[in-house]
Design a protein around this ligand. Structure first.
Ligand code: RNT
Ligand code: ZN
Length: 419
């Protein structure tokens, strides 16, 4: 079967593969820098464990330890993935050296600490997204924005405001809007004595951060919820209701962010996407793979990833309504391959969504023809999708499936093994 044959098969059910390929070529996925170094960043002691309820497991050799190594690894990924990317940075990836004044704490970060990243992105035509880093730092007491201690809250509020200024700088320099995601691991290991207090303090702290002036067309602050984290099993301050309510009450200032690892195991983000889009002009996603919990495994081409992408596509998410970012960190396998597989799988899932006869399915549903709806959806699953995917890779000048893993092995042998 060739692409031309596949094109005919899809045309027979009313799907234009050329239009799908074009649309996929424009879809932007935000690549998380933190897969390359197990979420360590450069501003704290790498021998200390991560805090804030997130964890990486595994010690596969070759973790990036410096900005140069991380940039080289990202370049390697860029060779292996088709489509448009942005780079998603965390504040902990600030580059502080003698030329720009040396080390400063997170509350004193400035745009200049991200200039090397701007240069990196600009040279590769990438936009950037940003995240304040409210974890893995001595000022986590262990709470941050919801701490009962004013000194702690104030430190992290200053950090949040600094990050707004940095996000606006990234957006202006790179000519693309920058999402700035607020997530804290604030929570408690065991039954709280007060659930309301921390949430009110968290709300007030976010209010203060967002009082920093910014252009909402350029900087899109996001509020990310979570159900629980390791070490904070009993209570999460930024729960789903908290984060969604904050975003709903402050629609002129921020947007909600859903991470599909952050809900109870039978809840699905695919169904939440249209629910939120009925109210919010724009939303953001962290696409990941939970296994029994928020385990942040590499994104697969699995049912829920496909369903998430179906909802993105048919709700008009690719026309600026859904900001797609990846969020996983597997330290037990080759990190370049982990990154690459997850990006390619997300693109595959988007392509498979773009190859749905959406209007036909909608009509069948609206006319109550549910038998046929089921039959047609099932038949779609075995249409020659692989040929269209291969055509996409080929037109983008990137390796098809089966043709890139050898390059990862070469890089591992020549570059990663020497670290
Ligand atoms: C943690 C959240 C958060 C982080 C990144 C590193 O549970 O998903 O988005 O993974 O900020
Ligand atoms: Zn996330």
């Amino acid at each position: 079967m060739s692409y031309q044959d596949a094109k005919k098969r899809y045309a027979a059910i009313g799907v234009d593969t050329e239009a799908a390929l074009k649309k996929l070529g424009q879809a932007v996925i935000s690549l998380h820098c933190w897969q390359g170094d197990d979420v360590r960043g450069f501003d704290t002691d790498p021998s200390k464990p991560l805090t804030g309820g997130i964890q990486t497991t595994g010690n596969y050799p070759g973790r990036a330890r410096t900005p140069e190594e991380l940039m080289a690894d990202i370049d390697e990924v860029l060779k292996l993935v088709p489509g448009r990317l942005k780079l998603n940075l965390h504040a902990s990836y600030a580059i502080m050296n003698d030329e720009n004044g040396g080390w400063v704490d997170r509350d004193c970060l400035e745009p200049k600490h991200f200039k090397p990243w701007v240069d990196f992105c600009r040279a590769r035509g990438l936009g950037a997204d940003f995240n304040p880093t409210f974890f893995s730092h001595p000022m986590c007491d262990p709470l941050t924005l919801s701490s009962p201690k004013k000194e702690t809250r104030d430190f992290w509020i200053r950090h949040g405001k600094a990050c707004i200024r940095i996000s606006e700088y990234l957006a202006r320099e790179l000519g693309q809007p920058c999402t700035m995601n607020i997530w804290t691991g604030d929570g408690l290991k065991d039954i709280p004595g007060d659930r309301l207090g921390p949430r009110v303090r968290y709300r007030e702290s976010i209010d203060e951060i967002l009082s920093e002036p910014y252009d909402f067309a350029l900087v899109k602050p996001c509020i990310e919820s979570k159900v629980f984290g390791i070490g904070v099993e009993a209570y999460t301050v930024g729960s789903a209701e908290f984060a969604l309510s904050y975003a709903a009450m402050n629609r002129d200032k921020c947007i909600p962010l859903m991470d599909n690892g952050h809900y109870h195991p039978t809840e699905v983000v695919s169904d939440k996407i249209p629910a939120l889009l009925a109210f919010f002009p724009e939303i953001a996603l962290h696409v990941t793979r939970p296994i029994r919990w928020d385990s942040d495994h590499v994104v697969l081409y699995d049912d829920e990833t496909r369903e998430i992408c179906r909802e993105i596509v048919r709700c008009g998410g690719l026309d600026g309504r859904v900001n797609i970012a990846l969020d996983y960190f597997d330290a037990s396998i080759n990190r370049i391959a982990a990154w690459t597989v997850g990006v390619r799988n997300t693109q595959k899932a988007l392509l498979s969504a773009l190859l749905n006869p959406c209007d036909c399915f909608k009509t069948l549903q609206d006319k109550g023809r549910f038998t046929e709806l089921m039959v047609r959806q099932e038949e779609l699953k075995v249409l020659p999708f692989g040929e269209v995917w291969e055509e996409f890779c080929c037109r983008q000048g990137k390796p098809a499936d089966g043709c890139w893993f050898e390059e990862v092995e070469r890089y591992e042998k020549e570059v990663l093994a020497a670290r």
